[in-house]
Write a protein that binds this ligand. Structure first.
Ligand SMILES: *Cc1c(COP(=O)(O)O)cnc(C)c1O
Length: 833
């Protein structure tokens, strides 16, 4: 029967047959020769078949209903491993576990064979992945578009305390989840020049005579909604040289040169840029951005034209979201396609473009704001530069009409930054070309309106919205913390909360229940023990699983202030050294995070953590009461283990610098209490959890700005705070690095003489707050109640809520349910049989 075929059936028996079949015919192995990797692949293909079936039904429904689609354009998708996620979402986990057990195989071991797709740097890429999960779960017609990097974020190893980068060859053993679609290949042009001409109808036209062309091949990864039948697509583009690559050189006999050129084209999708929150104005980066945007827009237009013959309805059928400015060249590219390729006039094309795009801003840091030199831009994308100049010309005229004589405003708002070396301001292009601009937390959106894009907000206040980020409860609770998920399901009586996270509120009824409290504590304890074992295996450091697990995992960046936590650790250490008998709460400080390979200060902070760890972990005076651990190679998988094991979540960025943060949400949803500043979504987490269940410290964003304006002098704090002085002096004296003197001087100099991120201003407040957290941890019952309340009140931070808001307020799209049972209309092939 159709419903129980080997490729779609959901029973243990069918899964076992399908698994053996795939092992035999896809892996070409039997039980004598199969390795754990073969078993992983056979199971992955078995799961993929179930997804493909749903994917086809989903695509059919979108096409037949001519549904409005969301196209989420993002240079990064940090999706994490897929086997367990897919098993859970498609409702096959228990059966698969049983099927494998029947074969004497351990499902967990097979899952460990999966290479992690690290196609992102951090929060921005992970947000895109959470959004895909929520889009599919909410049954929203959507496609995610990005780049199929051959090498993802580097693997981080630690050697002598320093970070070493190792290339991440994640595709080495193949990827069972993706399906290549060479039949949807598209061509992308680069370089050359433009020519104006008058066409047969007497219209002014421009043609772009490119210097090179590259092909984009789409690779589709299915994205399953949670226990519905929706399977959307993540479509990632891989660069290919054309079939007839450089034929002229080839014919001239220089075969090797021709093949070398082929490699040059294919370099476009070779590697993810590993810098987070900084811009390197590199040509290859701009090539990558234009490449995936040009591929995606051609694909979007191809899909639209299957159901339409004019572009009139385009904005009613396509909502394109720009995840940061990385895809913002799309504004100029859509204008080019509509005008040069489809012969629309400027005003019509501009109206369509503005009604199609929306832009999400992700940062207030000026070093992360994308600007491309006009030189580079003109060389690579000459036609786009012309179009951007024309957009700017018309935009500046609009400003002149609204604000006559205000030349300062013109200069501030222009898409082109003048000065030595003109630059294109991509955030301004995205802002002008979009109907909506959003920030990712309330505070962040306020700062966009009041500071970053103030002029734009004054001119178009209706364009600006807030969409506070969220995380998917499927991966970040159900998958990563199965014991807690089970307790919640038992307590609430159903697993409805998995898609309606607000229902966690009902946990509050259990807050005084001692049995419930005990189970809550036992689950946290078991998660801590699991992490402790990992630390032992990975770092050969023995940590006390009953100590307070104080965790800071995120990209290493000065604005995130990992070094503020180090100052606190040294403070405790100094207290112990001054009085070894001191009664101190035992703590395990756990750090993890990658530094951009070219970010010297961030790499030095990693070394500092490891140097302090070396000293503190082995000092007999400390007697094991404080341990410091740096976990190498922070990734989605490592996060899945670390977030559920944390007691205290470190969210200590300088107020006004972290747009939202999502790590903060993952910790709180897994029962950690937060110590944090009023920054990003911390503000809303504190609001939801209740201020009494949150450890708040530090300057506010307003205070940071005022203090800067008054003239901040960090050295005064150093001189007037004896403990702070002692701590900094220990760095100056090379106490933690006797064999490598001077290595921390750059950190010291930065703190004493610049301190852009105001660590010294926040130091005392942080140390005091940490003392309160330590004291609170000693009252186990009270701490447990606060932990329960945090979880119960995190419903708002489901990415389902975030995505629903985007659907209602920005995209104007509706859910479309997929049914599998309805007999299929015979396809031409079936009909022939
Ligand atoms: C959630 C997540 C992040 C973002 O963490 P922040 O603390 O918000 O910076 C980065 N990397 C990975 C792997 C994540 O899962």
């Amino acid at each position: 029967m159709y419903c129980d075929s080997d490729r779609t059936g959901m029973t243990v028996g069918t899964l076992k047959r399908a698994f053996l079949d795939n092992l035999h015919y896809i892996q070409g192995k039997d039980a004598y020769f199969a390795t754990a990797y073969d078993y992983y692949m056979a199971l992955a293909y078995t799961v993929r078949d179930r997804l493909v079936h749903r994917r086809i039904k989903t695509a059919q429904a979108y096409y037949e209903k001519d549904a409005k689609m969301v196209y989420y354009l993002s240079a990064e998708f940090l999706i994490g491993r897929l086997l367990l996620n897919n098993l859970i979402n498609v409702g096959l986990y228990e059966q698969a576990k049983q099927a494998m057990a029947d074969f004497g195989l351990d499902l967990t071991e097979l899952m460990d064979r999966e290479a992690e797709p690290g196609l992102g740097n951090g929060g921005l890429g992970r947000l895109a992945a959470c959004f895909l999960d929520s889009l599919a779960t909410l049954e929203i017609p959507a496609i995610g578009y990005g780049i199929r990097y051959e090498f993802g974020i580097f693997e981080q190893q630690i050697s002598g305390g320093w970070q070493q980068e190792v290339p991440d060859n994640w595709l080495r053993f193949g990827n069972p989840w993706e399906i290549a679609r060479p039949d949807y290949n598209v061509e992308v042009k680069f370089g050359g020049h433009t020519e104006a001409f008058t066409d047969a109808q007497g219209r002014y036209r421009v043609r772009w005579i490119a210097e090179t062309t590259v092909f984009g091949t789409p690779y589709d990864t299915p994205v399953a909604g949670y226990k519905n039948n929706t399977v959307n697509t993540l479509r990632l583009w891989s660069a290919r040289a054309g079939e007839d690559f450089n034929l002229q050189v080839f014919n001239a006999g220089d075969y090797t040169q021709a093949v070398a050129n082929k490699t040059f084209s294919e370099n476009i999708s070779k590697v993810l840029y590993p810098a987070d929150q900084t811009l390197q104005g590199k040509e290859l980066r701009l090539r990558q951005q234009y490449f995936f945007v040009a591929c995606s827009l051609q694909d979007i237009i191809r899909l639209y034209l299957r159901n339409h013959s004019t572009f009139e309805a385009f904005p009613d059928k396509a909502a394109i979201q720009l995840n940061d400015t990385h895809p913002s060249i799309g504004v100029a590219e859509l204008m080019r396609l509509l005008i040069d390729e489809h012969q629309l006039n400027w005003d019509v094309a501009w109206d369509i473009t503005q009604r199609t795009f929306a832009y999400t801003n992700h940062t207030l840091l000026s070093e992360a704001l994308e600007r491309w030199s006009v030189d580079l831009f003109g060389r690579l994308l000459p036609r786009h530069l012309e179009i951007i100049y024309e957009i700017n010309y018309r935009f500046l005229n609009e400003i002149r009409l609204r604000y006559p004589g205000n030349t300062a405003r013109l200069a501030r708002m222009s898409l082109v930054e003048e000065g030595n070396g003109k630059q294109i301001r991509m955030a301004h292009l995205a802002c002008v070309g979009s109907h909506t601009v959003n920030g990712v937390a309330e505070l962040h959106t306020d700062l966009i309106k009041q500071e970053l894009l103030r002029d734009f907000y004054e001119m178009y206040p209706e364009k600006f919205q807030n969409k506070t980020n969220g995380i998917t409860p499927r991966r970040w609770l159900l998958l990563s913390n199965p014991q807690l998920a089970t307790l919640i399901t038992e307590t609430l009586g159903s697993e409805h909360w998995v898609t309606h996270l607000d229902e966690l509120q009902q946990l509050e009824t259990q807050i005084e229940n001692p049995t419930f409290q005990a189970r809550w504590q036992a689950i946290k304890q078991s998660n801590k023990e699991r992490l402790a074992e990992y630390i032992w295996r990975n770092n050969q450091i023995e940590v006390d699983p009953y100590s307070l697990f104080d965790v800071q995992i995120k990209r290493i960046h000065e604005y995130k202030r990992q070094h503020l936590c180090v100052l606190h650790i040294i403070t405790l250490y100094e207290q112990i050294k001054a009085n070894p008998a001191i009664d101190i709460q035992p703590r395990t400080f756990i750090f993890g995070g990658k530094a951009a390979p070219g970010y010297f200060m961030a790499k030095t902070i990693i070394k500092l953590i490891n140097s302090v760890a070396e000293m503190v972990n082995h000092d007999p005076d400390v007697a094991g009461r404080i341990k410091v651990v740096f976990l190498n190679n922070y990734s989605v998988s490592l996060g899945e283990m670390a977030y559920p094991a944390a007691d205290l979540s470190e969210q200590v960025s300088t107020a006004g610098k972290e747009a939202s943060g999502t790590g903060n949400m993952k910790f709180a949803l897994n029962g950690a209490l937060t110590i944090g500043t009023l920054d990003g979504a911390n503000v809303e987490i504190r609001q939801e959890a209740g201020p009494e269940n949150f450890f708040l410290f530090g300057l506010t964003a307003q205070e940071v700005m005022s203090l800067k304006a008054e003239g901040y002098n960090p050295y005064d704090y150093y001189l007037s705070n004896p403990m702070l002085k002692k701590v900094i002096d220990s760095l100056i004296s090379d106490y933690f690095n006797p064999r490598e003197p001077g290595i921390f001087q750059p950190i010291v100099n930065s703190l004493l003489y610049h301190d852009e991120y105001m660590l010294l201003a926040d130091y005392q407040s942080y140390v005091d707050c940490q003392a309160k957290a330590a004291a609170a941890f000693r009252d186990k019952t009270h701490w447990t109640k606060m932990s329960i309340l945090n979880v119960a009140r995190m419903g708002k931070f489901s990415s389902d809520r975030t995505i629903w808001e985007y659907c209602q307020d920005i995209w104007r799209v509706e859910p479309l349910s997929i049914t599998l049972d309805v007999p299929q209309a015979p396809s031409p092939l079936t009909a022939r049989v």
